[in-house]
Write a protein that binds this ligand. Structure first.
Ligand SMILES: O=P(O)(O)OC[C@H]1O[C@H](OP(=O)(O)OP(=O)(O)O)[C@H](O)[C@@H]1O
Ligand SMILES: Nc1nc2[nH]cnc2c(=O)[nH]1
Length: 185
C-alpha cells in the first residue's frame, strides 16, 4: 500500500518541535564526551540498532576519538506502527561477542522491551560488558524493567509519540533535523 504523502506532510506541519537541531546536536556531543572518557580503553564493538539508531549512531561515532569496531543489528517491535508488539529480529549481529565489551546505540528507550532483549542477547552471546546509549529516554511509568537505564542518554522527553533524528512516523521523517511530537499523542 503506498503511503499517503499528503498525510505524512500534514503530520509534520502539525507536530510540536520538542528539541531543535542545535539542542539535539549539543546532547549528542555531551554523550560522546562521556563515552570518550569512559570507554576509550575498552576496545568496544559498537552496534547500531537499525533502523532508528542510524542517525544517532553516525553522529555519535564520528565524535568518538578511540579505535572501535562498528556493526549493526536489527530488532524491531513497532514495524512502522505507533504502538509496540513482539520483538522481531531482522538481522542478528555477526561479530563474535565472546569476552568483548559492547556498546549498543539506539534512538529511543521507550518501554524498554527492545533494549532489554538486546542486552540479554549480548550477554548470552558472551559479551563481558554491555554498555547502552540512547538519544532519548521517554518518561512514563510503563517501563518493562524500571531498573533498566541506559548508560548514556542524550535527552529526556515527555510521554508522546516522537519522530525525527532516526525515529519514524509510519516509516517517514527519520530524516527530520529535530525531534517532533505527533499532534494529540
Ligand atoms: O523501548 P521500546 O518500547 O521497546 O521501543 C524502542 C524501540 O522502538 C523503536 O524501534 P522500532 O521497533 O520502531 O524499529 P525501527 O528502529 O525500525 O523504527 C526504536 O528504534 C527502539 O529500538
Ligand atoms: N518513532 C518512534 N519510535 C518509537 N519506538 C518506541 N517509542 C517510539 C516513539 O515515540 N517514536
Amino acid at each position: 500500500m503506498s503511503a499517503d504523502l499528503a498525510h505524512i506532510r500534514q503530520v509534520m506541519e502539525e507536530a510540536d518541535c520538542l528539541f531543535d537541531e542545535a539542542t539535539v546536536e549539543a546532547a549528542i556531543s555531551q554523550m560522546a564526551a562521556k563515552i570518550n572518557a569512559e570507554l576509550a580503553e575498552r576496545n568496544p564493538v559498537v552496534f547500531c540498532v537499525m533502523n532508528g539508531g542510524l542517525i544517532i549512531s553516525g553522529k555519535l561515532v564520528s565524535q568518538l576519538n578511540f579505535p572501535l569496531e562498528l556493526s549493526y543489528l536489527h530488532a524491531t517491535r513497532y514495524r512502522n506502527e505507533t504502538t509496540g508488539g513482539e520483538l522481531f529480529w531482522k538481522a542478528k549481529p555477526e561479530i563474535s561477542f565472546i569476552d568483548r565489551e559492547v556498546l549498543i546505540i539506539d534512538d529511543i528507550l521507550d518501554e524498554g522491551h527492545t533494549l532489554a532483549a538486546i542486552i540479554e542477547f549480548c550477554k548470552h552471546a558472551g559479551a563481558s560488558a554491555v554498555h547502552t546509549a540512547v538519544l532519548v529516554d521517554k518518561q512514563h511509568d510503563r517501563k518493562a524493567r524500571p531498573d533498566l537505564k541506559a548508560d548514556y542518554v542524550g535527552l529526556e522527553c515527555e510521554d508522546r509519540y516522537i519522530f525525527g533524528y532516526g525515529m519514524d512516523y509510519k516509516g517517514y521523517w527519520r530524516n527530520a533535523a529535530g525531534i517532533f511530537a505527533l499532534k494529540g499523542h
